[in-house]
Write a protein that binds this ligand. Structure first.
Ligand code: FES
Length: 127
């Protein structure tokens, strides 16, 4: 196994400068892998187009492609941290709402919420 200097890698990625982190499950249990991959590619493209993928900006978003978030139904499943808001049935249209409303404007997309930690909702609003 290749030795990786994790401190150096974290510094290269500016990992300490991101404001939000979105995890997206790409299936195969909660949704088809085709749908999961389609939404994942869309998420990467939109974050890049909106210049949200780079660290440091006010809306900078880190993204992670997950193999399973242990819900395994009503997918694709996504979760946004540090807000701890979980979303279900995240197709490309729902992902656009999550990006525009939640990640950019700090508004929870209530109609797509699966679960949320109410203790962490003090600084974000509902639509
Ligand atoms: S396969 Fe998506 S949550 Fe388990």
């Amino acid at each position: 196994m290749m030795e990786i200097d994790s401190t150096k890698k974290a510094k290269q990625l500016c990992i300490d400068q991101y404001k939000k982190h979105i995890f997206l499950c790409v299936g195969p249990e909660c949704c088809s892998q085709e749908l999961g991959e389609e939404v994942w590619i869309h998420l990467k493209k939109r974050l890049s187009e909106l210049k949200l993928a780079a660290p440091g900006g006010s809306g900078s978003v880190y993204r992670t492609r997950a193999a399973c978030l242990r819900i395994c139904g009503d997918g694709p499943i996504a979760v946004v941290y540090p807000d701890a808001v979980w979303y279900r049935k995240v197709d490309k249209d729902v992902m656009d709402k999550i990006i525009n409303d939640h990640l950019v404007n700090g508004l929870v997309v209530e109609e797509s919420v699966l679960a949320k930690n109410s203790d962490l909702q003090k600084e974000i609003k509902s639509e």
